[in-house]
Design a protein around this ligand. Sequence first.
Ligand code: NAD
Ligand code: GLY
Length: 355
Amino acid sequence: MKKIAVDISHGKSYQILIGEGIVVEKGLAAVLCGRGSSCLVVTDRNVAGLYKKLLPPKMRTLVLPPGEKEKKFSNIERICRGAVESGLDRGSQVVALGGGVVGDMAGFAASIYMRGVDYVQVPTTVLAMVDSSVGGKTGVDLPEGKNLVGTFWQPAAVFADTSFIRTLPAREIRCGLAEIIKYGVILDPRLFSALEKGMKFLLACDLSVYEKIIARCCRLKADVVEKDEKEGGLRAILNYGHSFGHAVEKVAGFGKFSHGEAVGIGMRMAAKFAVASGMLSPQEERRQNGLLDMAGLPKSVKASAEKIYSAMFSDKKARAGRLRIVVPRAIGRVELLDSPDPGRVLSAIEAYCSP
Ligand code: NAD
Ligand code: GLY
């Protein structure tokens, strides 16, 4: 088992525990033992179906329909009303058992229920283990764009049991791999090289390799979040590929591409832009795209490039009608760029759009 400490000031520090069986073998009740006066487990139908034994009848559980389309305000009301019905008080906690959709919504509800109660993340997808369960970003989508409403609310603890990966559909594994590759490109050339050598083990679901890689990604994310919890600047690098990717998700229609798939396409667009601007060598672009290919991530989107370009302006990094994107300079190094050349951005998008 691996332990990562996330050291955030003002009493918001917590630990991430990562290991095979740490939740599934012990049971949720044992893991949560002694935490909070009472709890409400929030999960989705797929996870609840697969992991019934983790949810004994005496444990209050709210089961939501699965999928990105469900990441909406009405479900926040459902969670908050479920919390009232379950008698949750200010000493209680919400438990997010699921992928990033459940985690973002349960965290958001926890941050506003009774003006804020604790929540614990029990991520069940690779993406949630390496990214969404850590760092305290919570929220929901609006029809106008992804994650447009939310809060920064750090979890009280994260329990990442790698054995959940065994039941993940291959497509969901690929989505997590996109975020893992992202960490290599933005921060860690050694991680990137290790992925080039070890992708086959991840695709074959080798849980001991996942434990190491998840721990490395969580450490990298924690280092960034510790320096810039509320995304004053540095934290924006974690959104590499996301300005393009969120726009791809929106234009293709939420649910058509999963978050990870869209981020993978977004990383290809960002690298294309960087090469055209002389900021990245074509060899480094090929290395990035080669790894995305190895992970089996999609290479293009059937959509209008102009629509994707317009949708990028509802990204949260855009300011006063000007785009701000994360641009790779080399494997392991990125920078934030304000007001990128519109023609080059559009061409980079066009390169990955098919009619
Ligand atoms: P998800 O939560 O929709 O899960 C993907 C699918 O896998 C769902 O159908 C789910 O029911 C199913 N599933 C979950 N665990 C399973 C398991 N162990 N076995 C079988 N099926 C399982 O999607 P996701 O990819 O985990 O998360 C994407 C979301 O995360 C997006 O909304 C994105 O915006 C958000 N996100 C948030 C942050 C953050 O910092 N808060 C970071 C990255 C992504
Ligand atoms: N996933 C981006 C962030 O947490 O900031």
